[in-house]
Design a protein around this ligand. Sequence first.
Ligand SMILES: [Zn+2]
Length: 212
Amino acid sequence: MKHTIILGTAHLSTTPGKCSPDGRLREYAYSREIVFKLETALKALGYTVFVDYRSAEPDARMHARSWRAAQRLELARRVRIVNDICTRYGTEKCIYVSIHLNAAGADGKWHRARGFSVYVCPDASNDARRLASLFTSTAKSMNLTGNRSIPPQNYWTSNLYVLRHTLCPAVLTENLFQDNRDDVDFLLSDEGRQAIVNLHLNAIEAYSKCCR
Ligand SMILES: [Zn+2]
């Protein structure tokens, strides 16, 4: 069965921080670039694909509020979009993949941590765990796990809003570190961009083949 894939973009252009110390890489923009490339590639393979929040700008309701209040509205809106699609297409047919970049510090400095990791919420379904595990094994096979230790269960758990409140199996991918120089150089290269797209493509294909 071809699943319905809902891709999540990261943050908004107005979210503070969320960039490399030298400003070359901005998480909201990079995430959208990967999401749009992945959307095209998945559609070419016959998947039905949606994006939770395409624009990089806050909408009218979010505007003129503090960024924290805007973020609450943004996250609620992402969840509403995902859950509407789940209701329309069937929760068991959908998966949600939210695409982010990691950071080791929020201090505007470079750090040593490198590599890919993936999160599910603590009470995630078995399907979400299977999807997350496939992401980790794909990242390992592509040599993208850097110097990160990988937990025994193959994924991390965190009570992230978009994972906790969405109905379908949901994972959040942290695609290397925006505050590690080597990761940033790789992410900004053509090879790096393609690797992040391929990682998602391969993991989603593996899930779609093995699950239901
Ligand atoms: Zn993020």
